[in-house]
Write a protein that binds this ligand. Structure first.
Ligand code: ATP
Length: 247
C-alpha cells in the first residue's frame, strides 16, 4: 500500500516561554492509502493537535506534513489551505457541529456550496451521501429533531459529500451510546473497505481499535509506537497485569 500522509519531525508549541506547551514534540509517521488508522493516548498527549495539523485546521511550529503528494506545510495562503480542507479532507467531531437553522440536506450540502457547485448537482450529491449513511428519509428534518446517533450520521454525510481522500474523526462516538457507536463504526468500516477511504480516528475507547488496521500510541506529545490492534491490546493487558494505567 502506498502512503497518503507523512509527518516529518512535526512540532507544535503553544504559547511562549516560560509558559509554553509542547503539544507535539517531533512526531514522524506515515499513514497508508486506504488505511483505517487509530490515534490513542492519555488526555493531553497531542492526539487532537495531530489531527488538526493533518486537516489543515492549524499549522505546525516546525516540521513537514505531506498529504496525497502535496506538502501541506508549504501552503502559505489561508485561501489555499481552506481549499485543501474543503477538497482533500472530511472532518467528523465528537460534538456534531450541525447548523440548527439549516435542514439536514442543507447541512450536508454546505461543503459543496463553498465550492460554488450548482444547486441541482449539490442536491444530488447530498442525497447520495445521506443514502450512503442510511438516513435519506431525514433530509428535510432539522438537527434539533434528530437523536444524537442520527445527528452524527448527518455529520458523516457532510464529511463525505465532497469525496475527500481522507476522513479525520475526533472521538466520533464520544457522545453516543453503545448501539449508535456500533452504527458509526460499521459505517466507517464500510467507507473504508468499500469506498477505499483512508480514515484517521482519535479515540479513548479501546474497543474501537479492533476496527482499525494500525494504532499509533501517543504520550506527552511523542509517538511511542505504532501497533496492530492485537499487539496493542497485548501491551495494555501487560500494563493491567503490572497495575499500570494506560488509555
Ligand atoms: N490552543 C491551545 N493553546 C494552548 N495549549 C493548547 C491548545 N490546544 C491544545 N493545547 C495543549 O496541548 C496539549 C495537547 O492537547 P491535545 O488537545 O492535542 O491533547 P489530546 O491528546 O487530544 O487530549 P484529549 O484526549 O483530552 O482530547 C495539552 O497540554 C493541551 O492543553
Amino acid at each position: 500500500m502506498s502512503e497518503i500522509i507523512r509527518l516529518e519531525e512535526v512540532w507544535k508549541i503553544y504559547g511562549k516561554p516560560p509558559s509554553e506547551t509542547i503539544a507535539l514534540g517531533g512526531v514522524s509517521l506515515t499513514v497508508r492509502k486506504g488505511e483505517f488508522f487509530a490515534i490513542v493516548g492519555p488526555s493531553g498527549s497531542g492526539k487532537t493537535t495531530m489531527l488538526h495539523l493533518i486537516g489543515g485546521l492549524d499549522r505546525p511550529t516546525r516540521g513537514k506534513i505531506y498529504v496525497d503528494g502535496t506538502e501541506l506545510t508549504a501552503i502559505r495562503s489561508d485561501s489555499e489551505l481552506s481549499r485543501y480542507r474543503n477538497k482533500t479532507v472530511g472532518f467528523v467531531f465528537q460534538l456534531f457541529y450541525l447548523i440548527p437553522r439549516l435542514n439536514v440536506l442543507e447541512n450536508v450540502e454546505l461543503p459543496l456550496v463553498k465550492r460554488g457547485m450548482p444547486k441541482a448537482e449539490r442536491r444530488r450529491l447530498a442525497l447520495e451521501a445521506l443514502r450512503t449513511v442510511g438516513i435519506e428519509m431525514l433530509a428535510y428534518k432539522y438537527p434539533t429533531q434528530l437523536s444524537g446517533g442520527e445527528q452524527q450520521r448527518v455529520a458523516i454525510a457532510r464529511a463525505i459529500v465532497g469525496s475527500p481522500r481522507v476522513l479525520l474523526a475526533d472521538e466520533p462516538t464520544g457522545n453516543l451510546d453503545a448501539a449508535n457507536s456500533q452504527i458509526v463504526m460499521d459505517l466507517f468500516k464500510r467507507l473504508n473497505r468499500e469506498l477505499g477511504m483512508t480514515i484517521i480516528m482519535v479515540t479513548h475507547n479501546l474497543e474501537l481499535i479492533w476496527n482499525c488496521d494500525r494504532v499509533a500510541r501517543m504520550y506527552s506529545g511523542k509517538l511511542l509506537g505504532i501497533y496492530t490492534p492485537e499487539k496493542y491490546s497485548e501491551l495494555i493487558a501487560s500494563f493491567v497485569k503490572k497495575g499500570q494505567q494506560e488509555t
